[in-house]
Design a protein around this ligand. Sequence first.
Ligand code: FES
Length: 100
Amino acid sequence: MATITIKDNSGNTSAQFTANSDESIGTQAQDAGAPIPFSCGVGACRTCVGKVGKGMEYIDQEAVGPKHIQTEDDEILTCIAGCKKDIPADAAIEIECENL
Ligand code: FES
């Protein structure tokens, strides 16, 4: 499974972990020590938004639920986005969170 790196809004690494495809990226990040804030938790606000610097092709934007708002092409809502299944073990994903 892929490695996910979470950066704060200054570009500093907050957490790095091996992804799983069963939980949202935001939940995994919180468990790994990067406290990405959630508000709605269901893809309807921007509180948990992350800008994907690397690895967008490995992300399922609606892995754990439907997206209710629009985001930029390079952004994900980390409360609902997850990793696609069967991504390469050496895949790397980098996400910078504006509210972290
Ligand atoms: S917490 Fe509202 S969209 Fe993720």
